[in-house]
Structures are given as structure tokens and as C-alpha cells.
Design a binder for this molecule. Structure first.
Ligand SMILES: Nc1ncnc2c1ncn2[C@@H]1O[C@H](COP(=O)(O)OP(=O)(O)O)[C@@H](O)[C@H]1O
Ligand SMILES: [Mg+2]
Length: 361
């Protein structure tokens, strides 16, 4: 994410500095770079003191340090209080409840024994409050026989939603309060890993549902008073109801294809929002698909890419490698965006890319 944000920032002639715990982080060779823990108060404070505007591409950051930077007159977008609220899925859900934002029914749970006492709430999804990502903090508990899978940490128990589709709407807001959203995209998930496999835009949903999803996303960013980019993940039920799953206050996996398929990319939009520039036109210029490039399950080590030449022979195939040296099973190593005015041919190409391009070691 940081890399693609920087890529977009070059056109605005914005000098960047990056803080990341990994000495070989994908951004480390692109800009002024500091290695350090994002969760450490002193590290974040010291790093931020040398910046004018501070932003994030991961929520797991020391927000006390960010608040101190705001007190020192720095601009921190998204605002630290919002990052804090989003860091915990429990406070996220309570926020939706408080503001009457449609979301799956839930209970707060303190640990495994607490989950086990909620048998009557099944089928459900147990989620870690903090630190879960890419499906790693999510456990489906269909029946009492699955209760041993419960997390032994504070989290949520949510009603299992037999959704029809999963979509995301990315919305941006600048300092002046201008709000603009991107057309919804549809996610298709890996059945085991709970990780996005494909992403398609435009969705095949009715105008009525799309309008509602758009209104929900705009309502959330306004209620939060947030400045920056907010990705809103939603379920669409069989009855056509929209339920908010979770939100992320930053460029998002579901917005990758905006680089090639929208007038303004999510990365440029995020920069426009935090720099208080007019927000860009978000219209689609073409149908698109996005395939996450994940480390193959059986490989761990120095990353090698197989099948690149075959996929690059197709028109409309755009590759994005993140520059991560080492691959691990299911690690996000890059993505491929495919654009094609013909939706059938687009889906065919996306499947071909998915089957052909592999990250091995
Ligand atoms: N209440 C639910 N009902 C059905 N499926 C769910 C529910 N919550 C999450 N999921 C599935 O699990 C995936 C990951 O959950 P999510 O809360 O988005 O976690 P992560 O932070 O890992 O993205 C979702 O995209 C969805 O496919
Ligand atoms: Mg998610």
C-alpha cells in the first residue's frame, strides 16, 4: 500500500519518509526510510516530528504518539481517535450500533469460555477484537462441535450471515468536508483462507442496492468526521439488505484496480483528501478484475514468479509486485489487475491469471 501511495505521490512531487519495522520493507529503497516499531510511542513520535502530514497504511500504530503529534501541530490523517476506534472490531461494532448503521447482530465476548457459553447464538463468527487481518482473526462456529475453535481473547461473536455477495465501497473526505465515493466492487473469497481471491467491478447489483451501499459508506465517513480514505466492507443478503462488515481507514485491497480502471486511483484520492485538494473523479473507465497474488501453500523462501511471460502476453493485464523478498504460504506478494471492455473475456483472463501466475520459492 505504501509503495503504491508513493508511486502516486511522485506525480504530486511530494517528498515521503517511511517508518516500517522491516529493514527490507517494500518502501525501504524508494524514499527516506526509518526502521522502527509502529507500536512504540517514542519511535512514532520521533519519526512524526520530522513530517508535516502523517498518514498510515496499517491500523496497528501507536495512537498515543499520533495524538501527541496532533498536539504539536502536525496533521495526522486519518485522525488518531478514528484509528483507535477501528483498531478494535469491538469498538467498530459498537460505533455502528450507536449510529444505527446496519450490521450483523453481535455479542461482545471476553474469551473462549465466554464463547462456549453462547451456544444459543450459533451459527456465528468469532472474531478477535484486535490484530486480526486477512482472515486470521476470524473463526466460523457453525455448531457446538466447532466451539473448540473459539479464540481465547477479547472479541466478538457475530451472527453468521449467509450473504449473497460481499462488496466494498471506498469513500474519501477532505478537510473541507467534500465527500466522494468509488463505485462498489465485488469480492470473491477463497473458501478456506477467508482471503479475497478476485475482485470485480462493476458489480452486478441493482441500482437500488448500490445507492444504499453508497449512502451507508458516506454516512460512516461523515459520522466519523474522518479525513482521508475509508474502505467499507459490506455484505449484501439474499433479501437485498446491506450489512456493514468492517471498515479500514486507508487505501485498501479492494481498491487496487482503481489504478487502471478509474479516472482517479484510491491512492491519489487518499493524497488529495489528506492534502485538502479537490477530490478526483472516481468513475470507472473500464470493467476490471483484480487477482491477489498469494504465496503458494507449499513454498517458503526467496520469492520466484512463475508464469509471468504467459500472462503478460494478454492485453489489459497489469502486474504489481510488492517487492517482498520472501514468500510464505498465502502471503500477499502482489496483485494483477485485468481490464477488458468485455466482461466475459475479462473473467476468462482473470481465471487464466489466477491459474498461471504462481509465487514459489
Ligand atoms: N458475520 C459474518 N457472517 C459470514 N461471514 C463473515 C462474517 N464476518 C466475516 N465473514 C467472512 O470472513 C471474512 C473476513 O472477516 P473480516 O471481519 O472482514 O476480517 P479481516 O479483518 O480478516 O478481513 C469476511 O470477508 C467474510 O467473508
Ligand atoms: Mg475484512
Amino acid at each position: 500500500m505504501g509503495r503504491m501511495l508513493i508511486q502516486s505521490g511522485i506525480d504530486f512531487n511530494i517528498p515521503f519518509a517511511v517508518l516500517d519495522p522491516d529493514a527490507h520493507a517494500p518502501c525501504s529503497t524508494l524514499t527516506e526510510f526509518s526502521q522502527g516499531k509502529l507500536t512504540d510511542y517514542d519511535t512514532v513520535l520521533k519519526f512524526g516530528s520530522s513530517c508535516d502530514i502523517i498518514t498510515i497504511e496499517i491500523e496497528s500504530v501507536n495512537t498515543e504518539a499520533l495524538k501527541e503529534l496532533v498536539r504539536q501541530g502536525k496533521k495526522v490523517y486519518p485522525q488518531p481517535e478514528i484509528i483507535e476506534l477501528i483498531q478494535d472490531k469491538r469498538t467498530q461494532k459498537m460505533f455502528y450500533q450507536e449510529h444505527h448503521i446496519p450490521t450483523a447482530e453481535f455479542l461482545l465476548v471476553e474469551g473462549a469460555s465466554d464463547v462456549k457459553s453462547k451456544e444459543s447464538f450459533l451459527p456465528a463468527v468469532n472474531k478477535l477484537g484486535r490484530e486480526g487481518y486477512d482472515g486470521r482473526g476470524v473463526q466460523i462456529i457453525q455448531t457446538p462441535a466447532d466451539l473448540h475453535k473459539a479464540f481465547d481473547a477479547p472479541g466478538l461473536l457475530e451472527k453468521l450471515i449467509p450473504f449473497e455477495k460481499e462488496i466494498a465501497v471506498i469513500v474519501a473526505r477532505n478537510e473541507q468536508g467534500e465527500v466522494k465515493s468509488f463505485p462498489a466492487v465485488e469480492m470473491v473469497f477463497h473458501p478456506v483462507q477467508n482471503l479475497v481471491e478476485y475482485l470485480f467491478a462493476p458489480t452486478e447489483l441493482s441500482l437500488k442496492i448500490l445507492k444504499e451501499a453508497d449512502a451507508v459508506a458516506k454516512n460512516i465517513i461523515q459520522k466519523l468526521n474522518m479525513i482521508g480514505l475509508l474502505a467499507v466492507e459490506m455484505f449484501v443478503t439474499k433479501a437485498g439488505e446491506i450489512l456493514v462488515n468492517e471498515i479500514a481507514p486507508r487505501p485498501h485491497n479492494s481498491g487496487h484496480q482503481t489504478i487502471e480502471a478509474n479516472v482517479t486511483s484510491q491512492y491519489e484520492q487518499h493524497l488529495r483528501a489528506i492534502l485538502d485538494l479537490p477530490l478526483g473523479d472516481t468513475s470507472l473507465t473500464t470493467p476490471s478484475a483484480m487477482v491477489n497474488l498469494l504465496g503458494e501453500p507449499a513454498f517458503e523462501g526467496l520469492a520466484k514468479y512463475q508464469g509471468m511471460e504467459e500472462i503478460l502476453k494478454l492485453s489489459g493485464v497489469h502486474i504489481h509486485l510488492y517487492g517482498k523478498r520472501f514468500t510464505k504460504p498465502f502471503r500477499k506478494m502482489g496483485h494483477v489487475t485485468i481490464v477488458d471492455s468485455d466482461v466475459k473475456s475479462l473473467k476468462k483472463k482473470a481465471n487464466f491469471v489466477k491459474q498461471t501466475l504462481k509465487v514459489i520459492a
